[in-house]
Design a protein around this ligand. Structure first.
Ligand code: SF4
Ligand code: SF4
Ligand code: SF4
Length: 359
Protein backbone atom coordinates (compact mmCIF):
# COMPACT_ATOMS: atom_id res chain seq x y z
CA UNK A 1 0.00 0.00 0.00
CA UNK A 2 1.11 3.53 -0.63
CA UNK A 3 2.11 5.74 2.25
CA UNK A 4 0.10 8.82 3.27
CA UNK A 5 0.99 11.77 1.13
CA UNK A 6 2.35 9.70 -1.74
CA UNK A 7 -0.73 9.92 -3.85
CA UNK A 8 -0.21 8.94 -7.44
CA UNK A 9 -2.27 9.65 -10.49
CA UNK A 10 -5.88 8.51 -10.36
CA UNK A 11 -6.56 5.34 -12.29
CA UNK A 12 -7.95 5.68 -15.79
CA UNK A 13 -11.68 5.18 -15.94
CA UNK A 14 -14.27 7.88 -15.58
CA UNK A 15 -14.11 10.68 -18.20
CA UNK A 16 -13.57 13.19 -15.37
CA UNK A 17 -10.35 11.34 -14.52
CA UNK A 18 -11.59 11.22 -10.93
CA UNK A 19 -12.23 8.29 -8.67
CA UNK A 20 -15.98 7.62 -8.43
CA UNK A 21 -16.67 7.14 -4.71
CA UNK A 22 -19.61 6.07 -2.55
CA UNK A 23 -19.70 6.27 1.27
CA UNK A 24 -22.57 4.67 3.14
CA UNK A 25 -23.52 3.98 6.76
CA UNK A 26 -25.62 1.10 8.04
CA UNK A 27 -26.08 0.38 11.79
CA UNK A 28 -23.41 2.87 12.75
CA UNK A 29 -22.64 5.53 15.35
CA UNK A 30 -21.42 8.01 12.73
CA UNK A 31 -17.85 7.81 14.03
CA UNK A 32 -16.62 6.13 10.86
CA UNK A 33 -17.97 8.97 8.72
CA UNK A 34 -16.25 11.43 11.04
CA UNK A 35 -13.04 9.40 10.56
CA UNK A 36 -13.18 10.18 6.82
CA UNK A 37 -13.37 13.88 7.65
CA UNK A 38 -10.59 13.40 10.23
CA UNK A 39 -8.01 12.88 7.54
CA UNK A 40 -7.73 16.68 7.72
CA UNK A 41 -5.99 18.25 4.74
CA UNK A 42 -6.05 14.88 2.98
CA UNK A 43 -9.80 15.43 2.56
CA UNK A 44 -8.78 18.04 -0.02
CA UNK A 45 -6.85 15.28 -1.82
CA UNK A 46 -10.01 13.17 -1.70
CA UNK A 47 -12.02 16.07 -3.11
CA UNK A 48 -9.42 16.54 -5.86
CA UNK A 49 -9.22 12.80 -6.58
CA UNK A 50 -12.84 11.77 -6.21
CA UNK A 51 -16.37 12.51 -7.33
CA UNK A 52 -18.47 11.53 -4.34
CA UNK A 53 -21.67 9.93 -5.63
CA UNK A 54 -23.31 9.01 -2.30
CA UNK A 55 -22.55 10.09 1.28
CA UNK A 56 -25.80 10.35 3.27
CA UNK A 57 -24.27 11.86 6.41
CA UNK A 58 -22.61 14.72 4.51
CA UNK A 59 -24.24 15.27 1.12
CA UNK A 60 -27.82 15.26 -0.08
CA UNK A 61 -27.72 12.55 -2.73
CA UNK A 62 -30.75 10.31 -3.25
CA UNK A 63 -30.77 6.54 -3.66
CA UNK A 64 -32.36 7.17 -7.07
CA UNK A 65 -29.13 8.92 -8.16
CA UNK A 66 -27.21 5.71 -7.41
CA UNK A 67 -29.83 3.47 -9.05
CA UNK A 68 -29.48 5.55 -12.22
CA UNK A 69 -25.72 4.87 -12.47
CA UNK A 70 -24.47 2.13 -14.82
CA UNK A 71 -23.29 -1.05 -13.09
CA UNK A 72 -19.67 -0.80 -11.81
CA UNK A 73 -19.75 2.98 -12.30
CA UNK A 74 -18.28 3.50 -8.82
CA UNK A 75 -14.61 2.69 -8.38
CA UNK A 76 -15.04 2.10 -4.66
CA UNK A 77 -17.65 2.18 -1.92
CA UNK A 78 -16.66 2.58 1.72
CA UNK A 79 -19.43 0.98 3.78
CA UNK A 80 -19.47 1.36 7.56
CA UNK A 81 -21.77 -0.08 10.22
CA UNK A 82 -23.30 -3.48 10.76
CA UNK A 83 -26.53 -4.56 9.05
CA UNK A 84 -29.75 -4.77 11.01
CA UNK A 85 -32.60 -3.88 8.64
CA UNK A 86 -33.89 -4.29 5.10
CA UNK A 87 -33.04 -0.76 3.94
CA UNK A 88 -29.39 -1.35 4.81
CA UNK A 89 -29.39 -4.67 2.92
CA UNK A 90 -31.08 -3.07 -0.08
CA UNK A 91 -28.57 -0.24 -0.31
CA UNK A 92 -25.43 -2.32 0.21
CA UNK A 93 -26.66 -4.74 -2.47
CA UNK A 94 -27.21 -1.73 -4.74
CA UNK A 95 -23.73 -0.39 -3.97
CA UNK A 96 -22.22 -3.82 -4.62
CA UNK A 97 -23.83 -3.81 -8.08
CA UNK A 98 -22.61 -0.29 -8.81
CA UNK A 99 -19.06 -0.66 -7.38
CA UNK A 100 -15.89 -2.24 -8.69
CA UNK A 101 -14.47 -2.42 -5.14
CA UNK A 102 -16.19 -2.53 -1.75
CA UNK A 103 -14.32 -1.75 1.47
CA UNK A 104 -15.80 -2.84 4.82
CA UNK A 105 -14.96 0.34 6.73
CA UNK A 106 -14.57 0.03 10.50
CA UNK A 107 -15.12 -2.74 13.03
CA UNK A 108 -18.92 -2.78 12.71
CA UNK A 109 -18.80 -3.50 8.98
CA UNK A 110 -15.89 -5.94 9.34
CA UNK A 111 -17.14 -8.05 12.30
CA UNK A 112 -20.43 -6.60 13.52
CA UNK A 113 -18.85 -4.31 16.13
CA UNK A 114 -20.75 -2.91 19.08
CA UNK A 115 -24.18 -3.18 17.37
CA UNK A 116 -23.73 -6.96 17.07
CA UNK A 117 -23.74 -7.32 20.86
CA UNK A 118 -27.50 -7.10 20.32
CA UNK A 119 -27.23 -10.67 19.01
CA UNK A 120 -27.14 -11.77 22.64
CA UNK A 121 -30.87 -11.02 22.53
CA UNK A 122 -33.59 -11.66 19.98
CA UNK A 123 -35.71 -9.09 18.24
CA UNK A 124 -38.70 -9.56 20.52
CA UNK A 125 -36.60 -9.00 23.64
CA UNK A 126 -35.15 -5.82 22.13
CA UNK A 127 -38.55 -4.42 21.19
CA UNK A 128 -39.93 -5.30 24.62
CA UNK A 129 -37.08 -3.45 26.33
CA UNK A 130 -37.01 -0.41 24.05
CA UNK A 131 -40.78 0.10 23.74
CA UNK A 132 -41.85 -1.42 27.05
CA UNK A 133 -39.67 -1.80 30.07
CA UNK A 134 -36.85 0.72 29.81
CA UNK A 135 -37.03 3.25 32.70
CA UNK A 136 -37.59 6.21 30.37
CA UNK A 137 -40.45 4.60 28.41
CA UNK A 138 -44.12 5.40 29.02
CA UNK A 139 -46.05 3.19 26.61
CA UNK A 140 -49.01 1.49 28.37
CA UNK A 141 -50.37 0.04 25.10
CA UNK A 142 -46.96 -1.43 24.23
CA UNK A 143 -47.19 0.23 20.80
CA UNK A 144 -44.32 -0.62 18.49
CA UNK A 145 -43.45 0.73 15.05
CA UNK A 146 -45.48 -0.95 12.30
CA UNK A 147 -44.19 -1.81 8.85
CA UNK A 148 -46.94 0.24 7.24
CA UNK A 149 -49.04 3.07 8.60
CA UNK A 150 -51.88 4.57 6.58
CA UNK A 151 -52.07 8.32 7.04
CA UNK A 152 -54.33 10.88 5.33
CA UNK A 153 -51.35 11.94 3.22
CA UNK A 154 -50.48 8.37 2.15
CA UNK A 155 -48.85 5.19 3.45
CA UNK A 156 -45.71 5.43 5.55
CA UNK A 157 -43.36 2.46 5.53
CA UNK A 158 -40.48 1.34 7.72
CA UNK A 159 -37.69 -1.11 6.90
CA UNK A 160 -37.84 -4.65 8.25
CA UNK A 161 -35.96 -4.97 11.56
CA UNK A 162 -34.09 -8.29 11.49
CA UNK A 163 -33.64 -10.68 14.36
CA UNK A 164 -29.89 -10.77 13.80
CA UNK A 165 -27.17 -8.16 13.26
CA UNK A 166 -24.92 -9.05 10.30
CA UNK A 167 -21.43 -8.09 9.23
CA UNK A 168 -21.10 -6.72 5.73
CA UNK A 169 -19.64 -9.83 4.08
CA UNK A 170 -22.58 -11.90 5.33
CA UNK A 171 -24.64 -9.92 2.83
CA UNK A 172 -22.35 -8.97 -0.08
CA UNK A 173 -18.83 -9.90 -1.25
CA UNK A 174 -16.22 -7.48 0.10
CA UNK A 175 -12.75 -6.84 -1.36
CA UNK A 176 -11.03 -5.12 1.59
CA UNK A 177 -11.41 -4.71 5.34
CA UNK A 178 -10.33 -1.46 7.00
CA UNK A 179 -10.39 -2.14 10.76
CA UNK A 180 -10.76 0.16 13.75
CA UNK A 181 -13.45 1.84 15.77
CA UNK A 182 -13.10 4.06 13.88
CA UNK A 183 -10.20 3.37 11.51
CA UNK A 184 -7.31 5.77 12.24
CA UNK A 185 -6.88 8.71 9.86
CA UNK A 186 -3.49 7.40 8.64
CA UNK A 187 -5.01 4.09 7.54
CA UNK A 188 -7.91 5.85 5.83
CA UNK A 189 -5.46 8.10 3.97
CA UNK A 190 -3.34 5.08 2.98
CA UNK A 191 -6.41 3.25 1.71
CA UNK A 192 -7.49 6.26 -0.37
CA UNK A 193 -3.99 6.54 -1.86
CA UNK A 194 -3.84 2.82 -2.60
CA UNK A 195 -7.22 2.80 -4.31
CA UNK A 196 -6.45 5.96 -6.28
CA UNK A 197 -3.17 4.54 -7.58
CA UNK A 198 -4.32 0.93 -7.94
CA UNK A 199 -1.52 -0.07 -5.56
CA UNK A 200 -3.67 -2.57 -3.66
CA UNK A 201 -2.96 -5.89 -1.92
CA UNK A 202 -4.85 -9.05 -2.96
CA UNK A 203 -8.62 -8.99 -2.58
CA UNK A 204 -9.72 -10.24 0.84
CA UNK A 205 -6.91 -8.40 2.64
CA UNK A 206 -7.26 -6.56 5.92
CA UNK A 207 -5.65 -3.15 5.39
CA UNK A 208 -3.53 -3.22 8.57
CA UNK A 209 -0.46 -5.00 9.93
CA UNK A 210 0.10 -8.76 9.79
CA UNK A 211 0.90 -9.28 13.46
CA UNK A 212 -0.59 -9.00 16.95
CA UNK A 213 -0.69 -5.75 18.90
CA UNK A 214 1.42 -7.37 21.66
CA UNK A 215 4.23 -7.88 19.11
CA UNK A 216 4.84 -4.13 18.90
CA UNK A 217 3.85 -3.16 22.43
CA UNK A 218 6.84 -1.61 24.24
CA UNK A 219 5.60 -2.46 27.73
CA UNK A 220 7.70 -4.71 29.92
CA UNK A 221 6.33 -8.24 30.20
CA UNK A 222 6.93 -10.89 32.86
CA UNK A 223 5.68 -14.42 33.20
CA UNK A 224 2.02 -13.85 33.78
CA UNK A 225 0.43 -15.19 36.95
CA UNK A 226 -2.78 -13.41 37.79
CA UNK A 227 -4.69 -13.96 41.00
CA UNK A 228 -6.91 -10.86 40.81
CA UNK A 229 -8.53 -9.11 37.84
CA UNK A 230 -9.31 -5.46 38.19
CA UNK A 231 -11.01 -2.96 35.92
CA UNK A 232 -8.95 -0.07 34.71
CA UNK A 233 -10.87 2.56 36.69
CA UNK A 234 -10.14 0.71 39.94
CA UNK A 235 -6.36 1.14 39.81
CA UNK A 236 -3.67 3.49 38.55
CA UNK A 237 -1.88 1.19 36.10
CA UNK A 238 1.90 1.26 35.84
CA UNK A 239 2.45 2.82 32.39
CA UNK A 240 5.59 0.74 31.72
CA UNK A 241 4.30 -2.74 32.56
CA UNK A 242 2.04 -5.02 30.55
CA UNK A 243 -1.53 -4.35 31.62
CA UNK A 244 -2.44 -8.02 31.53
CA UNK A 245 0.42 -8.70 33.96
CA UNK A 246 -1.26 -6.15 36.23
CA UNK A 247 -4.56 -8.06 36.13
CA UNK A 248 -6.23 -5.62 33.70
CA UNK A 249 -7.85 -7.30 30.70
CA UNK A 250 -6.01 -6.06 27.62
CA UNK A 251 -6.98 -7.68 24.30
CA UNK A 252 -3.53 -7.15 22.73
CA UNK A 253 -2.73 -10.90 22.43
CA UNK A 254 -5.81 -11.50 20.26
CA UNK A 255 -5.92 -8.21 18.33
CA UNK A 256 -4.34 -7.17 15.04
CA UNK A 257 -1.73 -4.42 15.15
CA UNK A 258 -2.01 -1.26 13.08
CA UNK A 259 -3.65 1.38 15.26
CA UNK A 260 -0.41 2.81 16.65
CA UNK A 261 -1.34 1.38 20.07
CA UNK A 262 -3.61 4.36 20.65
CA UNK A 263 -5.23 3.10 23.85
CA UNK A 264 -1.99 1.85 25.38
CA UNK A 265 -0.39 5.25 24.87
CA UNK A 266 -3.18 6.65 27.00
CA UNK A 267 -2.49 3.92 29.62
CA UNK A 268 -5.73 2.20 28.73
CA UNK A 269 -6.10 -1.46 27.75
CA UNK A 270 -6.78 -2.54 24.20
CA UNK A 271 -10.47 -3.36 23.71
CA UNK A 272 -9.86 -5.28 20.48
CA UNK A 273 -11.24 -2.93 17.84
CA UNK A 274 -8.75 -4.01 15.14
CA UNK A 275 -10.26 -7.47 15.12
CA UNK A 276 -8.53 -10.85 15.30
CA UNK A 277 -4.83 -11.40 14.70
CA UNK A 278 -4.07 -12.78 11.22
CA UNK A 279 -3.83 -16.41 12.37
CA UNK A 280 -6.74 -16.33 14.85
CA UNK A 281 -9.93 -18.13 13.88
CA UNK A 282 -11.87 -16.34 16.60
CA UNK A 283 -10.77 -13.23 18.48
CA UNK A 284 -12.96 -13.85 21.54
CA UNK A 285 -11.89 -17.48 21.91
CA UNK A 286 -8.24 -16.53 21.51
CA UNK A 287 -8.59 -13.90 24.22
CA UNK A 288 -10.46 -16.31 26.52
CA UNK A 289 -7.65 -18.78 26.04
CA UNK A 290 -5.01 -16.10 26.75
CA UNK A 291 -6.77 -15.09 29.96
CA UNK A 292 -7.39 -18.70 31.00
CA UNK A 293 -3.70 -19.50 30.65
CA UNK A 294 -2.55 -16.80 33.10
CA UNK A 295 -4.97 -17.44 35.97
CA UNK A 296 -3.17 -18.85 38.99
CA UNK A 297 -5.04 -20.84 41.60
CA UNK A 298 -4.36 -23.74 43.96
CA UNK A 299 -7.50 -25.62 42.98
CA UNK A 300 -10.52 -25.47 40.69
CA UNK A 301 -12.58 -23.42 43.15
CA UNK A 302 -9.91 -20.76 43.36
CA UNK A 303 -9.48 -20.64 39.58
CA UNK A 304 -13.25 -20.19 39.23
CA UNK A 305 -13.18 -17.41 41.82
CA UNK A 306 -10.48 -15.53 39.87
CA UNK A 307 -12.24 -16.10 36.51
CA UNK A 308 -15.49 -14.76 37.98
CA UNK A 309 -13.77 -11.41 38.54
CA UNK A 310 -13.88 -10.76 34.80
CA UNK A 311 -16.87 -8.46 34.50
CA UNK A 312 -19.10 -8.85 31.43
CA UNK A 313 -17.13 -11.57 29.57
CA UNK A 314 -19.27 -11.34 26.42
CA UNK A 315 -18.85 -7.57 26.21
CA UNK A 316 -15.15 -7.84 27.04
CA UNK A 317 -14.07 -10.64 24.71
CA UNK A 318 -16.67 -10.20 21.94
CA UNK A 319 -17.07 -6.43 22.02
CA UNK A 320 -16.32 -6.07 18.31
CA UNK A 321 -16.59 -9.58 16.93
CA UNK A 322 -19.82 -11.25 17.98
CA UNK A 323 -21.32 -11.29 14.47
CA UNK A 324 -18.18 -13.08 13.23
CA UNK A 325 -17.81 -15.50 16.12
CA UNK A 326 -18.37 -19.23 16.43
CA UNK A 327 -20.25 -18.42 19.62
CA UNK A 328 -22.79 -16.47 17.60
CA UNK A 329 -23.35 -19.43 15.35
CA UNK A 330 -23.86 -21.77 18.29
CA UNK A 331 -26.25 -19.20 19.76
CA UNK A 332 -28.26 -19.36 16.54
CA UNK A 333 -28.22 -23.16 16.57
CA UNK A 334 -29.35 -23.22 20.18
CA UNK A 335 -32.11 -20.74 19.42
CA UNK A 336 -33.23 -22.96 16.59
CA UNK A 337 -33.39 -26.00 18.85
CA UNK A 338 -35.36 -24.04 21.41
CA UNK A 339 -37.80 -22.95 18.74
CA UNK A 340 -36.94 -19.27 19.03
CA UNK A 341 -37.95 -17.47 15.87
CA UNK A 342 -34.88 -16.69 13.78
CA UNK A 343 -34.92 -14.47 10.80
CA UNK A 344 -33.80 -15.77 7.54
CA UNK A 345 -32.58 -12.38 6.57
CA UNK A 346 -35.11 -11.48 3.98
CA UNK A 347 -38.10 -12.93 5.78
CA UNK A 348 -40.52 -10.14 6.64
CA UNK A 349 -42.46 -12.37 9.02
CA UNK A 350 -39.96 -11.47 11.73
CA UNK A 351 -41.25 -7.91 11.82
CA UNK A 352 -43.72 -7.05 14.54
CA UNK A 353 -47.18 -6.84 13.08
CA UNK A 354 -50.69 -6.24 14.28
CA UNK A 355 -49.79 -3.37 16.60
CA UNK A 356 -50.43 0.22 15.95
CA UNK A 357 -47.69 2.51 14.75
CA UNK A 358 -46.05 4.95 17.09
CA UNK A 359 -47.05 8.34 15.74
S1 SF4 B 1 -16.70 0.98 13.92
FE1 SF4 B 1 -16.88 2.27 15.76
S2 SF4 B 1 -16.84 4.38 14.96
FE2 SF4 B 1 -17.33 3.01 13.23
S3 SF4 B 1 -19.58 2.95 13.18
FE3 SF4 B 1 -18.89 1.19 14.41
S4 SF4 B 1 -18.99 1.97 16.53
FE4 SF4 B 1 -18.99 3.77 15.19
S1 SF4 C 1 -1.39 -7.49 26.74
FE1 SF4 C 1 -1.62 -5.33 26.26
S2 SF4 C 1 -0.20 -4.27 27.60
FE2 SF4 C 1 0.40 -6.42 27.58
S3 SF4 C 1 1.95 -6.58 25.95
FE3 SF4 C 1 -0.03 -7.05 24.99
S4 SF4 C 1 -0.76 -5.08 24.19
FE4 SF4 C 1 0.88 -4.63 25.67
S1 SF4 D 1 -5.33 -0.29 21.24
FE1 SF4 D 1 -6.87 -1.83 20.70
S2 SF4 D 1 -8.88 -0.87 21.11
FE2 SF4 D 1 -7.30 0.78 21.10
S3 SF4 D 1 -7.35 1.55 18.98
FE3 SF4 D 1 -5.76 -0.05 19.09
S4 SF4 D 1 -6.82 -1.96 18.46
FE4 SF4 D 1 -8.38 -0.46 18.96
Amino acid sequence: MGKPGTQGRPKEGHPSGKLQLGIYWCASCGGCDIAVLDINEKILDVAALADIKLWPIALDFKYEDVRALPDKALDVSFINGALRNSEQVEIVELLRKKSKTVVAFGSCACWGGIPALANLFDRNQIFERVYGTSPSTVNPNRSVPALESRMPEGTLTLPTFYNTVYKLDDIIPVEYYLPGCPPPAELVAEAVDAIATGNLPPAGSVLAKEKALCDSCPRERAEKKVTTFRRVHEVQPDPDRCLLDQGIICCGPATRDGCGARCLEANMPCRGCFGPTPEAVEQGAKMLSAVGSIIEGRDEAEIKRVAAQVVDPAGTFYRFGLAASLLHRSYQERSLKEGVELDSRLDPTVVPTGKEAVT
